[in-house]
Design a protein around this ligand. Structure first.
Ligand code: ADP
Ligand code: MG
Ligand code: ZN
Length: 726
């Protein structure tokens, strides 16, 4: 079954290779294992159940939370010639009856439904007749109260286990937290599931943070330079969503608003307009996003400070699902933090307010940091980014110059001390900067801070620079900021020592930015092409999509169009070579697109494009000793001398997966290694004793028996040494 996957992938979906972990997930589910797949947005989770559905007999039931999502996915599958359908309340009686009859006759490979529908008693009886051979639970985080969109109906799904015994479950989500993952496994009663966890890095997204001044103007300036592209602008409130959409529309931008306060009809209409490329920009609150599968969102702007880093990651993650370069821009002002914190005063639950405040401060720290954005984001998910330049964030793309800040730092640090000595209390950074600047404020007069020796000694340096300096010193640990809302400053031990010893302090300079100009962004994944022809084919795509009542991306994604505008296909064979073109799409769309390209060529020169480095060939699928191609690939890189960390980064996998691969290679006798590099003799004895009692099958049991002294990679290695073939 599994062997036919590459051919099916090409014929049906027109793709030449699998994305990271897709193949492994498909193999596991086709072996009828329960599987949990945790991959970031845009990683291609849908294919993980769609392709196996074609390879196995019977129908795969797909649980999906939203009617809109179902319809789009089914439209896209049908456009690729796949027998897929959905059943929900939007269908009229005769259409529903037609689909049911098809299901009775085994005419579909995929059936989409929402959990409420699935759990209706009569529907379960139907499913028992319809030869359901696999169940995919998409957006599986909906099962968890820890997730961001909890749907209680998801909890009932475990009942399907009894109704359909022996049918494997595949749960998919982009939410990586342990709590959610545990909930999924427990609530769905998954049986010894294989868990696949991909790296959360999104290589095609660039991250830029710009000081916020006049946000409407900044947003407009940005959009104006990308007139044909689709983007989302997130704002804090419903009111700002509406006013921004109105302001942009007044400038001629096709913008709509989206928030939970709109009438349902208007909300649906605005969302549809965006998906169908009629509106280019959605100005939205965080209510917008779930249920949007639009793959060609080219930018996400946060015009207001997000409430936490997780939300920021989720929202920016809606850009660039199609892997083409896309931009994430955050307009930041410290005033936003202050305003957000103020809202918390209205919360009655003090504990919840404290947690929310902490998350907001972490978000502000992220924005103020002068470290790589990608490193900081991945760090938040417990991942490490190897190497020192991500090549795709404002920090890495405009390395800022360093300067000797010793004298300035001395002034600021001693000003903190003087204030404390004189008044007996600490103040916030703003006040300290006012003192350095020699300002005449009410507080300064009231507290006689104009009598301090440090009053006015910083006149020559603009306040923003003092503020930036202060924040850097806080981040670097010279200054402690109190955890309450006042954030009053005191010197840390390190700061006191630096002041006394005149320790040199070298800092990076934050440029005095006033413009919106975003860094020249990463081109990871970019496809150079004939842009004028691209615009032409886009118009054709829209027209064909409208005729068929589907979103334009269902006809072809931008990736496919860009490839057409590089290779100018004029024959079926060449057209089939375009990524995203399978048999069905050739039949339905080959003619109009090739004709348009032919006409174009009658009055335009072909452009040529330097070939980018070809992607590495897909690894061979199996070795004699049963190791998967993915293990062999890890082994190959390991033999070239790459560390496990580097391999993980290069392959977009998490480090534990790499350790797992290496352990498998040891067990298979393919990799010579010495146990003493992994654990001491004493530890080995303890591991042996525990293994003698509990066996080696369940590493989690073993881990527990050893009081969590060992991490999973170590246990994998131990098991490998114990079972290795010599
Ligand atoms: P997710 O559900 O993980 O957010 P999707 O399943 O919506 O991601 O897929 C995102 C995009 O990636 C889709 O446009 C899909 O067609 C494309 N895609 C998926 N797998 C591949 C592949 N192997 N090669 C090329 N494109 C792919
Ligand atoms: Mg998905
Ligand atoms: Zn970076």
């Amino acid at each position: 079954m599994s062997d036919s996957l590459p051919a099916l992938l090409k014929q049906t979906f027109g793709y030449d290779s699998f994305r990271p972990l897709q193949r492994e997930i498909m193999d596991a589910t086709l072996a009828n294992r329960d599987v949990v797949a945790i991959l970031p947005t845009g990683a291609g989770k849908s294919l993980c159940f769609q392709l196996p559905a074609l390879a196995r007999e019977g129908v795969t039931l797909v649980i999906s939370p939203l009617i809109a999502l179902m319809k789009d996915q089914v439209d896209a599958l049908v456009a690729s010639g796949v027998a897929a359908t959905f059943i929900n309340s939007s269908l009229d009686g005769s259409e529903a009856a037609r689909r049911r009859s098809g299901l009775e006759h085994g005419q579909y490979k995929l059936l989409y439904a929402a959990p409420e529908r699935v759990m209706m008693e009569s529907f379960i009886a139907d499913l028992q007749r319809w030869n359901v051979t696999a169940i995919a639970v998409d957006e599986a985080h909906c099962i968890s109260e820890w997730g961001h969109d909890f749907r209680p109906e998801y909890r009932m799904l475990a009942q399907l286990r009894d109704a359909l015994p022996g049918v494997p479950f595949l749960a998919l989500t982009a939410t990586a937290t342990e709590q959610v993952r545990g909930d999924i496994i427990r609530q769905l009663h998954l049986h010894e599931p294989e868990v696949f966890l991909a790296s959360f890095n999104r290589p095609n997204l660039s991250y830029t943070i710009v000081p916020k001044s006049k946000s409407t103007r900044q947003v407009y300036d940005f959009i104006r330079q990308r007139p044909e592209e689709a983007g989302i602008v997130y704002v804090q409130s419903r009111k700002s969503a509406e006013s921004l959409a109105a302001a942009l529309s007044a400038e001629g931008v096709k913008a709509v608003a989206y928030h939970a306060g709109l009438q349902p009809e208007e909300r649906v209409a605005n969302q549809e307009a965006f998906i169908r490329d009629e509106a280019h920009v959605v100005c939205a609150t965080v209510a917008f996003g779930m249920g949007i599968n639009k793959p060609d969102v080219r930018y996400v702007i946060h015009a207001d400070l997000p409430k936490n880093v997780e939300g920021y990651y989720q929202e920016t993650g809606r850009a660039g699902r199609d892997s083409l370069p896309s931009e994430c821009v955050l307009l930041y002002s410290r005033g936003d933090l202050v305003r957000n914190l103020k809202f918390l005063d209205e919360m009655t639950d003090a504990k919840a307010a404290e947690i929310a405040a902490q998350q907001m401060r972490t978000m502000a720290e992220f924005a103020e940091s002068t470290d790589c954005r990608r490193v900081a984001l991945l760090d938040y998910f417990g991942e490490q980014w190897p190497g020192d330049n991500c090549g795709g964030c404002d920090i890495c793309l405009q390395p800022r110059e360093t300067w000797d800040a010793t004298t300035h730092a001395q002034k600021l640090l001693s000003c903190i001390i003087r204030i404390r000595q004189k008044s007996g209390f600490a103040t916030g950074l703003n006040h300290i900067v006012e003192v350095l600047a020699g300002a005449n404020t009410e507080k300064i007069r009231k507290w006689y801070h104009d009598q301090l020796t440090t009053y006015g000694i910083g006149k020559d340096t603009p306040r923003e620079e003092w503020l930036a300096l202060g924040r850097q010193l806080i981040r670097l640990g010279y200054i402690d900021a109190s955890a309450d809302n006042f954030q009053t400053l005191t010197l840390s031990k390190q700061g006191t020592a630096a002041l006394l010893n005149r320790t040199p302090i070298i800092l990076t300079r934050t440029p005095a930015v006033a413009s919106t100009s975003t860094a020249k962004v990463a081109k990871a994944g970019s496809i150079a092409c004939d842009e004028a022809l691209f615009a032409e084919l886009r118009t054709l795509r829209k027209q064909l999509a409208d005729e068929r009542g589907v979103p334009p991306y269902v006809v072809f994604g931008d990736t496919s169009l860009r490839h057409m505008c590089r290779s100018y296909p004029q024959s079926d064979r060449d057209f089939l070579a375009i990524p995203g073109v399978g048999g069905q799409k050739l039949t339905d769309y080959g003619q109009p697109f090739m004709q348009a390209i032919g006409e174009w060529l009658s009055s335009h020169e072909k452009q040529t494009f330097r070939d980018e480095a070809p992607p590495p060939p897909p690894p061979k699928m199996k070795s004699e000793n049963g190791m998967g191609g993915t293990v062999l690939e890890t082994l190959r890189l390991f033999r070239q001398g790459l560390s496990a960390e580097r391999i993980a980064a290069q392959r977009s996998l998490v480090i534990s997966t790499i350790h797992n691969h290496l352990a498998q290679a040891i067990a298979a006798g393919e990799l010579q290694a010495d146990p003493s590099d992994y654990f001491s003799a004493e530890e080995e004895a303890d591991l042996r004793a525990a293994a003698a009692e509990h066996g080696l099958e369940s590493l989690s049991k073993l881990k527990e028996a050893l009081g969590d002294r060992f991490d999973y990679p170590t246990l994998h290695y131990f098991r490998a040494f114990e079972t290795r073939q010599s």
